[in-house]
Design a protein around this ligand. Structure first.
Ligand SMILES: Cc1cc2nc3c(=O)[nH]c(=O)nc-3n(C[C@H](O)[C@H](O)[C@H](O)COP(=O)(O)OP(=O)(O)OC[C@H]3O[C@@H](n4cnc5c(N)ncnc54)[C@H](O)[C@@H]3O)c2cc1C
Length: 437
């Protein structure tokens, strides 16, 4: 791996295949490495490239949904992932669901028949000394993980992630909540108070709610400190009330008293558009999260920017080490893409691969790079992974909460998101016209 005119892309999943494709379209040769099928991660099973490891849905196509916008941006700019998805679409209402085998086969055939992409079946353990995009995903193999940890200066990169849901601030019913910190030390949190009756009903539903299937490797490293909320509920009626829902030192302004229990929401982004449910890491199925967590006073109409999830997740502290073009700040010939950068989801991973491929390709060809501002869903993701995080950096799905706000009032959410989408697609059309991507 020594050529200076080629790029090594490590990992031929969602991000790696898209990155390789974009480089190839720019006329740059690619060595695309994947350890499959010689060695499989615990979630990969198919010998084909670009495998969807779980759901076969690439989520909503509606532009009122930020993931719908992200897909449309990618489609307009010539994404291979989008081409394969539309070619292998199965009926799923307004969602873009695919025949997963057809999807992976389509991409594999396209990549393998592309003259300037060479696919190489190998587990990479050292970072090659040539322009490189590392796209080995949340289940990056151990050897390479250690090399990356050394490169970015972290001791370990993986977590058994039990993330709590994130809610759009605008969807919280503030007439039922109040701002306060424990023991009157500020007003940083939004508090959702519960009387005993409300707590009891919530506890009953939560204890019986359906959890998502667990992969064998996941349970081993779950720490007490990030125990899923439903596990706490199952331990006993009052366990949550003495744990994350404890009301100690939180006084309701109306009564001046502590409620029976309280759910706290913590600001999650610098703009204050997103709130994290404190202590609510969970592996409930997504519809169950919506159903049960909407029982919390103030969250009846909550919009979930991200549901809670639990699985092993390898990702770097991107805001500390990556620039907005996905290159390493300390070494501009090393790029990262995909879930390892802290974007979350199939489409988001492919989108980051697309950006990394275009940015690196343009740099090598000394062409001006495409300008994705945070008015676009792609640019918002690039900003999210590279801008200073308000608190510990956490992986994130695309959502309108991380895009540049439009500072005016809207009659309803549909109008608002439609305008976000129009603003974005105008910019994408300009990028397409200016650069010919
Ligand atoms: C169990 C699980 C379930 C998920 N379910 C969903 C879901 O339903 N919907 C959703 O939107 N997102 C889901 N995700 C999150 C995420 O969208 C996917 O993981 C997505 O595939 C990430 O894309 P990627 O390109 O970053 O990594 P991947 O698609 O995982 O691609 C990485 C590739 O790198 C290869 N690789 C790893 N290490 C090496 C190495 N050292 N050398 C060479 N090759 C290597 C792997 O074999 C793999 O092919 C899930 C994640 C996990 C772990």
């Amino acid at each position: 791996m020594s050529s200076r005119n080629r790029v090594a892309v490590i990992g031929a999943g969602l991000a790696g295949c898209e990155a390789a494709w974009q480089l190839s379209r720019l006329g740059i040769g690619v060595d695309l490495y994947d350890m499959k099928p010689q060695k499989m991660t615990p979630a990969h099973h198919s010998p084909d490239l670009c495998e969807l490891v779980c759901s076969n849905s690439l989520k909503s196509m509606r532009l009122e949904n930020a993931c719908g916008l992200l897909k449309e941006e990618m489609r307009r700019l010539g994404s291979l992932t989008m081409e394969a998805a539309y070619q292998n679409r199965v009926a799923a209402g307004d969602a873009l669901a695919v025949d997963r085998e057809g999807f992976a086969r389509y991409i594999t055939e396209k990549i393998k028949s592309r003259g300037n992409i060479k696919t190489i079946c190998k587990e990479v353990e050292k970072i090659p000394e040539m322009p490189v995009i590392i796209a080995t995903g949340p289940l990056t193999s151990d050897g390479l993980s250690s090399a990356i940890a050394e490169l970015v200066g972290e001791e370990r990169l993986y977590f058994y992630d039990a993330a709590a849901p994130i809610i759009e601030a605008g969807s919280i019913d503030r007439s039922k909540t109040f701002r306060a910190s424990r023991y009157g030390q500020g007003a940083d949190y939004i508090n959702c108070p519960m009387c005993e009756e409300e707590y009891k009903r919530f506890w009953e539903e939560l204890s019986m709610a359906e959890t998502a299937p667990v992969h064998g490797f996941e349970d081993a490293l779950v720490f007490e400190g990030c125990m899923p909320i439903e596990n706490l509920a199952k331990r006993g009626y009052l366990t949550m009330a003495y744990g994350p829902l404890k009301p100690k030192g939180i006084f309701e302004p109306k009564t001046g008293k502590e409620p029976f229990a309280v759910v706290q929401l913590r600001q999650d982004d610098a703009a204050g558009t997103l709130y994290n449910m404190v202590g609510f890491q969970t592996r409930l199925k997504f519809p169950e999260q919506k159903r049960v967590f909407s029982m919390i006073p103030g969250l009846e109409k909550a919009e979930f920017a991200r549901y809670g999830v639990m699985h092993r997740n390898t990702y770097i502290n991107s805001p500390k080490v990556l620039a907005e073009d996905f290159s390493l700040r300390r070494n501009s010939s090393i790029y990262f893409a995909g879930q390892i950068t802290g974007v979350e989801g199939y489409v988001e991973s492919a989108a980051s691969g697309m950006m990394a491929g275009l940015f690196l390709g343009c740099r090598m060809l000394k062409r001006p790079p495409p300008k994705f501002t945070p008015d676009t869903a792609m640019g918002a993701l690039a900003r999210y992974i590279s801008a200073e995080a308000k608190r510990g950096f956490q992986p994130m799905n695309i959502n309108y909460g991380i895009m540049e706000p439009i500072p005016r009032r809207f009659r309803n959410k549909e109008d608002k998101y439609r305008l976000y989408a129009e603003r974005s697609l105008e910019q994408i059309n300009m990028i397409k016209n200016d650069s010919g991507f």
